[in-house]
Every structure is written in C-alpha cells, then in structure tokens.
Design a binder for this molecule. Sequence first.
Ligand code: BG6
Length: 505
Amino acid sequence: MNDFLAPERVPDPCVLVIFGASGDLTRRKLLPAVWHLSRQGRLPDAFALVGVARTQMSTEEFRRRLRESLNEFVQLGEADAQRVDDFLERVDYVSGDPADDETYDQLRKKLSSIDERLGTSSNRCYYCSVPPQVFLDIVRQLGNTGLAAEDDGWVRIIVEKPFGHDLESARSLNRSLHLVFREHQIFRIDHYLGKETVQNILVFRLANSMFEPLWNRRYVDHVQITAAESVGVEHRAGYYDTSGALRDMIQNHLMQVMCVVAMEPPSTFDAESVRVEKLKVLKAVRPFSVGKVDQIAVRAQYEDGEDADGKPCPGYLQEEDVPAGSRTETFAAVEFTIDNWRWQGVPFYVRTGKRMARRTSTITLQFKQPPHLIFSGGDNLRPSTLTIRIQPEEGISLAFSGKRPGPDVQLDTVDMDFCYADHFGGRSPEAYETLILDCLIGDGTLFASSDWIEKSWGLLMPILEAWSAASATQMPSYPAGSWGPTEARALFDRDWRSWEEAVAE
Ligand code: BG6
C-alpha cells in the first residue's frame, strides 16, 4: 500500500476521548480514521480510545457497534480480523450527560486506570463531536473537574464546525474556550485543510520554482474557487436551515482555501508561520459594505429539477424538515478583493451550492491574455488556466494554447494533466486521518486559529446583515441539477470573465 504520511510522525502515548461517540460522525469518519492510523502503525503502542455519549450501553456493546461501523465504512481485508480485535481491545466507553459531574468522575477513573494499565502518561486529546450548545458544557466541565489541567501530560481539544453562527457567537465561543484552554491546545477542525489536494497547494507553489513567479497580479487575471455538490440538504435540514451556504461552506472551507492560494510564502512550514500568513490575507481583503452587497454577493435556493441521471429532485422547500417559506440560501457566490501588492486588481470569485449539476471542488487561476497576439483568428482564444481539482478526480491541469497540426497556423487549447490516482495509485489518507494525527502530534498547521475565525466572520457580517434585512424580497432560485442561478453571472464586471467552463461541462 502506498503511504503518503511521513514515517517519523508518531504521537506520544495518549488517550483520545470522543464526546458524541454514538453519533454519525464518529461512525462514518472518526472511527475509520483512527482505525486507518492504527492499521498503518501511526499510533503509539500505548494508545486508547474512550467514547463518551448519553446513550446507556456497556463497553462491550460500544465495541460491537464500532465493529459494525468498521465493516460498513472501511474496506477490511481477510488479514484484518485479528487487527480489528486488537484495535477494539483499546476501546472503552463512558455513558453520561456531558453536563453532569458524575460523567466526569467516571471519565477520570477510566483515564487513570488506562494510564496505569497502558502507560498513556496523562496525555489526553478530547474530540468534541457534539452540537455547539453541548460543546460549551463539555469545556466548562473539563475545566471545573481539572480534566483539562496539564499537570502531568499534555491536554488538547478538537472542536468541530460550526464554530459560531456570526462574529459575536464566534467571539463568545473563543472566550469560553480560552477560560479553560490556551490557544496552542485548541484544534478547530476544518476538514478541507486536511484534504490532500488542499495541502498540495503549498507544495505545488513552493516546492517548484516555475509557478510562484506567475502567482500574482502581473500574470493572473482572476481566481475562481468552486465547491459544487450534487446532493441536496439530505437529512440535515435542522442544522442547515439555520446556516445556509455562506456560513456552511464559505466562512470556513472556501475562505481557508482562498487563503492558502493567496498567502505569501511563510519562512518555515510550521503552524505559527502558516497561520500568520493566512491571517494577513484576510486582513488585506477589502471590507464589504452592507449597502453594496448586491454587487459582490449572490445567493439562491434550489427549486425542483433533475439530477445528472435525469432523476427528479425536490426543491429545497419540499425537503424533509425544511420550514415552510424558508429563505435559507443553498447557493452563495462572493467576489473578494485582496488589497495587497501581489493581488491588487485580481478578483477571487468563490461559489458553492447544493444540488448542482455535479460534485466538483476546484480552484482555477485564469491567466491574462498575451499583450499582443501575432496570430490571426485568435480573437476567441481561450486564456490559459491552471486548475487544481480538490475532488473528485484529484489532480492539477494546465490548459494552454497550441498549434493544431496542419499547414495553417490554427490555435487550439490543449491540456496537461496530473491525476493523483494515476500517478500515486493506492489510497490517500482521508482528511480526518491527517487531522487527528496532527492533533495527537500537536501540529496546528492545518487548523484554524481564533483570530482567523473571528476575522472571517467579521468580513462576512455585512453580507449576512444585508441578506437578513432583505428577507422579504424574492430569493433567486435555480433548478436542482443546474450550475446555479443566472444572477451569479452578474458578479463578473469584465466581458471576458465567466464561471469556469471546465467545471460546468
Ligand atoms: C460540511 C458541510 O462541512 O462539508 C456540508 O457542513 C458539506 O454541508 C460538506 O456537504 C462538504 O464536504 P466535502 O468534503 O464532501 O466537500
């Protein structure tokens, strides 16, 4: 099996405690991630996993459920049977309400006995896979009961999104966390940063000397970042309807990706240097004003339509648990302007939507046209583009002009393509695998800092305010299975710009 993780990175002996252990995220993502780490020998010999949840069940029952989840979500080989048994031996369970003292008494006893039995040296990582209201109870209780104290070993906490609903709530969450934990102990997960393709952006830019010289206003006309999903809201309307596309995808995942594309090269590849550079990008983003939001942002909701296979799809308002008359956007597009020397005059267009024609997440740098074209018939020449495919078909392609074979000089656009699967084969680690391992090692490079989170919310507040004030007006719509509302085209104020064709094919 190909293995892309650096071999020397193995965490200290430790216990991973998952709050919300009976939930869907644990079954689908966290458990498979921890299993793969264990399977590849990336976990220390002294490692244990403790699940905490309200559901009353024994450790045996919890292990039985985890075994079922592994069978469902992981491709197990015949040789894995004994390994699964050994892995589950390291698993324990505590049932209890996250607000009750009793839960933490039990947890403390469990952790002490694991320390004695396995030698996990009081090193703990708490993973909060719970809704934000519950998360505050956990932080408070870990503080009150001394379980957050770093007396004998290290203590870290992983926090899931959504991190806040607006600037005020994000600040308040940060304040509550900082009462108990110091910033270097807090790991705010953004699973996009754990994706191989997103991590590769920096390698691509900074481990080659040929692209970085082009990475600026002199050569780049504009940048497009797209995260299109073919699925609708699925069974998550309870959460999604209070969020919408701007909060759900742009405030976190896509603004993080924008920062990785736009940041200056840090002097070293470590958490602090990378975070400083990403924050500088947000500080350079030109603030929006509530009165001009229509010029830089578009939102819309999907109506009924058909998916790529011609199967009918309901509109957002007909989906399970969506409140009647909801005005939540399922599509959002924003034009960001970055006021610094590198990017002055190069717009960053960011869009995301559910129930779009196809699942695809891409970053495209469109280059400027040559200053003077000496070949005739080149008026419709497509500009050169560099496209990073985040998912699926992970890879990078460069589209440029070439001469068609023949006696006349006829130009055509040709592609050079790098595809991860073809080149590397094997299985790339899932984002959660990389992120959990990084946290157990104490490497915060791929996590969001408190000031980045507050800055990103701060930038989006005028859009949120304008949209909430405009709630009485008509919400633009787009048919399910399409590329979004026609209104999104209005963001381009230059004739030659349009949403990337390759994405829409
Ligand atoms: C989550 C959002 O953070 O990211 C979901 O809450 C979205 O609404 C998901 O579907 C997309 O993640 P991915 O990895 O499938 O692009």
